[in-house]
Design a protein around this ligand. Structure first.
Ligand code: UGA
Length: 436
C-alpha cells in the first residue's frame, strides 16, 4: 500500500521505516530539511536500536523515501500524522501547532477515499475538531495512537501489543478500520488485539496508558520516600508486591523518576485538558504524580551532598548517564541530566558520560563537561552517581575496577541498579534511592 508519514521525528521516522519493512511503499515528509537529508541518505537521525537497518533496507529496496515536499503525499492511500505535540511554553497544555499545520498542509493533496491517521498524542477532542476539515477533502480521519517505547520502537511498531483505531460511526468508519487492518497486516495476522472505537476513546487510551505508567512509577517512588524515613528497602518492597499478578513488577523501579518526551508532558497535558472539560478533580492526582517524580531528583542531589560530607563544592562528581533511559540518546526532560545540572550549579566539578546521549546533552547543556569513556569520566572522582541504568554502568562496572580509578569511595545509585552488597563489600559507601 502507498503510505505517507508526516513528521519524521522519533515517532514518524520509525513508523515510516517500519511500514516499509513490512512491504509498504512509504514517503516520509518533514519540514526539517536537515533531518530529511540525513534520512534520505539512510542515516538514522537519532539512536534507536534496529532503526538503521530497516532504514537502509527500505531505501535500498526503493520502497522508502523522504522529502520536504508535502505534495509527495498525493497518491498515498493512508497518511499518518506523526508530528510532535510539545508542552506549551508557560502552560501545561499541549501545543497543537504542528498537528494543525500538518493537517492543513496535507489537505490540498488528499483524494476521495484517502485515510488520514493521526498518531500524535493529542488532547481528547482534537480528532473531532479535525474530522470535518479532513472530510471536506473527501478523506476520512482515524485516530491511531502509538504506544512505542524508545529503545524498543522498531519492535513495538512492527509487533505492537495492541492496535487502536478511533473511527467515525457507520460504514465509513468500518471501511477505514479495514484499511488500517491491511496496513498492519503482519500484526493482525498473528492475532494482535485490534480495538476499533470512537475518536475520544482512542485519544484517551493513549493518555490513560501513559498516565497509568507514570502513576505506577510515582507510586513506588512515594513508597521510597516512606522507606527512607523507616529504614525499609523499596526494592524488596517492589519485588514483594510485584509478585501479585494484579500489581506486577514492571514499572515499579524506584529511582530518580520518569522523564523523556512523553510521560511528563502527557500527564500535564491530560490534567490541563481535564480542567478545560470541568473535570480537573478526576485527574488531580496527576499533579501529585508529577510532584513526587520531581522530588526524586532533589533526593538524588541530597544524597550526593550527604555522600560527600555536606558539600559538593569543588568535588569531582562522575555522573553516569545523560539519556532519560538506557537504549536511547534522548535527553528531553531527562532526570539524569537534570541531576547533573543541579550538582554543577551547586559547585561540583561534574563530568557526565553516556554511551549515546553526549551529543544531545551537550547541545542543551554546553556548560557541563562530557567524556565519552566511562573510565576516564570516573578517574579521580570523589563520588560516582548512576543516573541512567545502561549495562555499561549497572552490570559491567565492578566496584573493584572502579576503586582503581576513583579518588573517593562513594556511590549514589539513582536507579537502584547496582548490587549494593557487592559495592559495600568492596569498601564503598553505597547510597540507594529508598534503600537503607
Ligand atoms: C512511554 C511509554 O512507555 C510508551 O508506551 C509510550 O508509547 C511512549 O511513552 C510515548 O508516549 O510515546 P518512553 O517515553 O519511551 O515510553 O519511556 P518509558 O520506558 O515509559 O520510560 C519513561 C521514564 O520512566 C524513563 O525515564 C524511565 O527511566 C522511567 N522509569 C521507567 C522509571 O523511573 N521506573 C520504572 O520502573 C520504569
Amino acid at each position: 500500500m502507498r503510505l505517507s508519514v508526516i513528521g519524521c521525528g522519533y515517532l514518524g521516522a520509525v513508523h515510516a521505516a517500519a511500514m516499509a519493512s513490512i512491504g509498504h511503499e512509504v514517503v516520509g515528509i518533514d519540514v526539517d530539511a536537515r533531518k530529511i537529508d540525513a534520512l534520505s541518505k539512510g542515516d538514522a537521525p537519532f539512536f534507536e536500536p534496529g532503526l538503521q537497518e530497516i532504514l537502509t533496507d527500505g531505501i535500498r529496496s526503493g520502497r522508502l523515501s523522504f522529502t520536504t515536499d508535502i505534495s509527495a503525499a498525493a497518491g498515498a492511500k493512508v497518511h499518518f500524522i506523526g508530528v510532535g505535540t510539545p508542552q506549551q511554553v508557560g502552560a501545561h497544555a499541549a501545543d497543537l501547532t504542528y498537528v494543525n499545520a500538518a493537517v492543513d498542509s496535507l489537505l490540498p493533496h488528499l483524494s476521495d477515499g484517502d485515510i488520514v491517521a493521526g498518531k500524535s498524542t493529542v488532547p481528547v477532542g482534537t480528532a473531532a475538531e479535525l474530522a470535518d476539515r479532513v472530510a471536506a477533502s473527501g478523506a476520512t480521519l482515524v485516530w491511531n495512537p502509538e504506544f512505542l517505547r524508545e529503545g524498543w520502537a522498531v519492535q513495538d511498531t512492527i509487533d505492537p501489543d495492541r492496535l487502536v483505531a478511533g473511527v467515525p460511526a457507520g460504514a465509513e468508519g468500518e471501511r477505514a478500520a479495514e484499511v488500517l487492518r491491511e496496513v498492519y497486516h503482519p500484526a493482525v495476522a498473528k492475532g494482535t488485539p485490534f480495538i476499533v472505537t470512537d475518536y475520544a476513546t482512542a485519544e484517551l487510551v493513549k493518555v490513560a496508558a501513559n498516565a497509568f505508567l507514570a502513576t505506577k512509577i510515582s507510586f513506588i517512588n512515594a513508597m521510597a520516600e516512606i522507606a527512607e524515613v523507616t529504614g525499609a528497602d523499596v526494592t524488596q518492597l517492589a519485588d514483594a508486591i510485584g509478585h501479585d499478578a494484579r500489581i506486577g513488577r514492571r514499572f515499579l523501579g524506584a529511582g530518580i523518576g520518569f522523564g523523556g518526551g512523553c510521560l511528563p508532558k502527557d500527564i500535564r497535558a491530560f490534567a490541563a485538558r481535564a480542567e478545560e472539560l470541568g473535570r480537573g478533580e478526576s485527574v488531580g492526582f496527576l499533579r501529585e504524580v508529577d510532584a513526587i517524580n520531581l522530588r526524586r531528583r532533589d533526593r538524588a542531589v541530597q544524597l550526593v551532598i550527604e555522600a560527600l560530607g555536606g558539600s559538593v563544592v569543588d568535588k569531582k562528581v562522575a555522573v553516569l548517564g545523560a539519556a532519560f533511559k538506557p537504549h536511547s540518546d534522548d535527553v528531553r526532560d531527562s532526570p539524569a541530566l537534570d541531576v547533573a545540572v543541579r550538582l554543577n550549579g551547586l559547585g561540583a566539578k561534574v563530568v557526565v558520560t553516556d554511551p549515546q546521549a553526549i551529543e544531545n546533552a551537550r547541545r542543551v547543556h554546553p556548560q557541563l563537561n562530557y567524556l565519552t569513556e566511562r573510565d576516564e569520566a570516573i578517574r579521580d572522582a570523589d563520588a560516582i552517581v548512576l543516573v541512567t541504568e545502561w549495562d555499561e554502568y549497572r552490570r559491567e562496572l565492578s566496584p573493584d575496577h572502579a576503586s582503581t580509578l576513583t579518588a573517593g569511595r562513594a556511590v549514589v545509585d539513582g536507579r537502584n541498579g547496582l548490587d549494593a552488597a557487592a559495592w559495600r563489600a568492596a569498601g564503598w559507601a553505597y547510597y540507594g534511592m529508598g534503600r537503607p
